[in-house]
Design a protein around this ligand. Structure first.
Ligand code: SF4
Length: 186
C-alpha cells in the first residue's frame, strides 16, 4: 500500500487526520526520557515496551530510523480533564486499536508507535518475570522514543492543541525499510 493509500485508509478508519513524514525529519530529544521516569502513566519499569526496559534513547531512535517513512495518525477527543489517566485511557486504547487496524490493512512490515505504552496484557508479563507474550505486536509510545511530538505535528500540518477542551492523540506506523547499506550510512 503506498503512502497516499495509507492516508486514505487511516481517514476511512476514523482518524481525524493522517499525514506522511520522513523519519529523518523527526526530532528526538533525549531529555524527554526524564519525563518517563516521573512515571505519571504508571508504566515506567513495569512494561517491556516502556523505559527502561524498552531500550536506550539511541536504541529507540535507531528502531525508527530503520524505516524511511512514517504515517502519522491523529484522533481528537472531548475529555473533561486530560491530565486524568482514568479519563484518557479509553481514548488512548481506542486510538491504539485503530492504529493496529491500519497496520493490519497495510499488511506490510513496519513499526507501530502508539499513543500510549503497550497494554495488550494486564499486567505486563514483566511484572511476573515472564517473557513478553506478544513480542511481535508490542508497541512503545512516542514518549518512549523521545519524539518531539509538537514539532512532528507542525511538520505534518496538524494542530497539536486544537481547541479548548479538545485533546489530541498521535500514533505512527513506520514503514518502507532502509537497505542495510543506507542504514549504515546514517
Ligand atoms: S505484549 Fe503484553 S507482555 Fe508484551 S510488552 Fe505488551 S503488555 Fe507486556
Amino acid at each position: 500500500m503506498d503512502g497516499k493509500k495509507l492516508m486514505e485508509t487511516a481517514l476511512e478508519l476514523g482518524f481525524a487526520d493522517a499525514a506522511l513524514i520522513r523519519t529523518d525529519e523527526l526530532v528526538f530529544i533525549p531529555a524527554f526520557r526524564a519525563l518517563c521516569e516521573e512515571n505519571e502513566c504508571g508504566k515506567y519499569g513495569v512494561n517491556y515496551a516502556c523505559p527502561p526496559d524498552c531500550g536506550t534513547v539511541e536504541e529507540m531512535k535507531q528502531k525508527v530510523l530503520r524505516w524511511r517513512q512514517a504515517l502519522v495518525m491523529q484522533t481528537m477527543w472531548d475529555i473533561e480533564d486530560p491530565l486524568d489517566n482514568e479519563q484518557i485511557k479509553p481514548a488512548k486504547t481506542e486510538h491504539n486499536r485503530l492504529t493496529r487496524r491500519l497496520i493490519e490493512k497495510a499488511a506490510e512490515p513496519g513499526l507501530m508507535i502508539g499513543a500510549s505504552g503497550c497494554s495488550l496484557c494486564s499486567p505486563c508479563a514483566i511484572t511476573e518475570g515472564a517473557p513478553c507474550r506478544f513480542p511481535g505486536l508490542r508497541y512503545s509510545c512516542m514518549s518512549a522514543y523521545c519524539i518531539f511530538v509538537k514539532d512532528m505535528a507542525d511538520r505534518c500540518g496538524m494542530d497539536y492543541e486544537c481547541a479548548p477542551g479538545i485533546t489530541t492523540f498521535f500514533s505512527m506506523y513506520c514503514f518502507d525499510e532502509r537497505t542495510p547499506e543506507l542504514s549504515e550510512d546514517r
